[in-house]
Design a protein around this ligand. Structure first.
Ligand code: DGI
Ligand code: FE
Ligand code: FE
Length: 197
């Protein structure tokens, strides 16, 4: 494990995603590295996961569905209705197949970066939050608060991110993935339970 050639992965990735996505990806990579420094996670793993988290983002939706069927990747009800969600699972698949990432921690951080999940590892939380707060992001409400919390209270940052994302999705009448809802309830419980005492 370790000893990744990040520069080489960057050059390869650049050919498969558009420029805006690539610049976002670099933002996530450096934000993840900073959060790893802050919280004592492995910096290199955070960079690799950040770099590759959206590696499947620019695959056309029809091809996403096809790749999942061909590789026995389970498609949830919400993913069938909104196939862009599959870029997370497929991102982990591509990291493994095309970038030869074997580290299950990196792969799972990529896999759950869009919906989150209950009881995430430190690296999973770092990637989930980095995606939301990287410097080029600007639209989410409470962004300044989440950016500050990310370095001070990671679980609370995760909770606020999930709460606000769910609120946004409901407003947009988007189909909710079960994992998005289950993850939110888990972190809501943690934060509310903590603040009652
Ligand atoms: O790939 P990015 O744009 O960098 O970010 P992302 O992978 O976090 O995807 C962002 C979008 O995914 C965001 O608009 C919220 C949306 N999303 C998260 N959970 C769900 C969802 N969309 C639907 N339809 N259902 C969900 O459960
Ligand atoms: Fe993504
Ligand atoms: Fe992203």
């Amino acid at each position: 494990m370790g000893g990744y050639n990040i520069y080489k992965m960057q050059k390869k990735l650049k050919k498969y995603i558009d420029e805006a996505r690539y610049v976002h990806t670099l933002g996530v990579m450096y934000t993840a590295a900073s959060l790893a420094m802050c919280h004592g996670a492995d910096i290199e793993r955070a960079q690799v996961a950040g770099l590759l988290h959206d590696s499947a983002k620019c695959i056309p939706n029809s091809k996403k569905l096809k790749l999942c069927r061909q590789n026995n990747i389970v498609i949830s009800e919400a993913e069938r209705k909104a196939p862009y969600l599959l870029h997370a699972k497929l991102g982990a698949y591509i990291a493994h197949e095309k970038y030869h990432i074997e580290d299950p921690e990196i792969l799972s951080a990529i896999e759950c970066h869009t919906t989150g999940k209950p009881d995430m590892t430190l690296l999973e939380k770092i990637i989930f939050i980095s995606d939301y707060i990287e410097p080029l992001r600007s639209k989410a409400e409470n962004l300044a608060e989440v950016r500050r919390l990310a370095f001070q209270d990671l679980d609370k940052a995760v909770y606020i991110t999930m709460r606000d994302t769910l609120q946004y999705l409901k407003r947009e009448n988007a189909s909710l993935d079960n994992q998005t809802v289950v993850a939110y309830n888990y972190y809501k419980e943690i934060i509310h339970g903590r603040e009652e005492t």
